[in-house]
Design a protein around this ligand. Structure first.
Ligand SMILES: [Zn+2]
Length: 285
């Protein structure tokens, strides 16, 4: 687990409240239309190839989303990052990036100047998934989150889009491709398991890829740190993990499309069982 982890609910209620503005939004392709299943369906995992194909399509359909390349992985895959915010904010990304940088460094700023910049700027929030690739919900929840943010039109979503610049990043593409392909190789869903991976899910350091941030020794870490400390300076970094005892059941909550799932999950979301049957039950979001 990473101590920079922060609960999604805390992130989203931390941003200030403003009245929502109407945002024109055309129909975007749903996960089921693209892949044949919803993220969180039993015994289904999307891989990185599917993620990139889907996000390219969403970026073409939605004026809330841009897809950018941030580097290469150890196995040579292109790392992508989705930038999601209201369409009017997309027109001023360079300005918001500059504000985040100046506030992060604080060099040459008076308190009044800092307050003025903070009032003009947006909350830059990084949410990733899949750093530890066998913690499968991390990457799958990111896919679902991005779909919701580009497709939902409830007041809460529109308010978040207005106030927030979301940087959604699958941080271990090689691992996502490996683990999902390994899991889905079984035709019989009841036989699917992440056990027995034939190789490390980060080419050189495997599970220790989250211990690399202090030295930035791997290309994925270098790309992520470039976004953090040279490019975007996000005020909140949510590094998604998942853990539990052997034979746990992990399940992702699916939420109704017309609700406000991020703040009313207990009432409005239903659990969907995920991965494998076993002893205790838990969830990660
Ligand atoms: Zn982890």
């Amino acid at each position: 687990m990473n101590r920079r982890r922060l609960h999604l609910t805390s992130i989203l209620v931390a941003v200030s409240l403003f009245a929502a503005t109407a945002v024109a939004q055309t129909k975007v392709t749903s996960p089921k239309e693209q892949l044949g299943f919803n993220f969180g369906d039993d015994y289904q995992l999307a891989n990185y190839t599917q993620l990139v194909d889907y996000w390219k399509k969403l970026a073409g359909q939605s004026d809330r989303m841009k897809l950018v390349e941030i580097g290469k992985t150890a196995e040579g895959r292109t790392m992508v990052m989705a930038i999601i915010t209201a369409p009017e904010n997309h027109k001023k990304l360079d300005r918001y990036k500059e504000i985040a940088r100046r506030l992060a460094s604080a060099e040459g700023l008076t308190d009044d100047q800092a307050r003025t910049l903070a009032a003009e700027g947006k909350a830059v929030i990084w949410i990733d998934g899949g750093l530890h690739a066998t913690e499968v919900l991390g990457a799958q929840q990111l896919l679902e989150l991005v779909y919701q943010m580009v497709s939902m039109n409830d007041p809460e979503t529109l308010r978040i889009l207005k106030d927030v610049i979301l940087l959604a990043t699958p941080v271990n593409p090689d691992g996502l491709e490996l683990v999902s392909n390994w899991y889905m190789r079984e035709q019989d869903p009841m036989k699917r398991s992440t056990n027995g991976l034939p190789r490390l899910y980060q080419k050189y350091v495997g599970h220790d890829n989250n211990r690399d941030f202090y030295m930035s020794n791997q290309p994925e870490t270098e790309a992520i740190n470039r976004v953090f400390f040279h490019d975007w300076f996000p005020q909140i970094v949510y590094n998604h993990h998942q853990t539990g005892p052997v034979e746990s059941i992990w399940w992702a909550r699916r939420c109704t499309a017309d609700s406000s799932p991020r703040t009313n999950r207990a009432r409005r979301c239903d659990p969907a069982r995920h991965t494998r049957p076993g002893g205790t039950a838990g969830f990660a979001q």
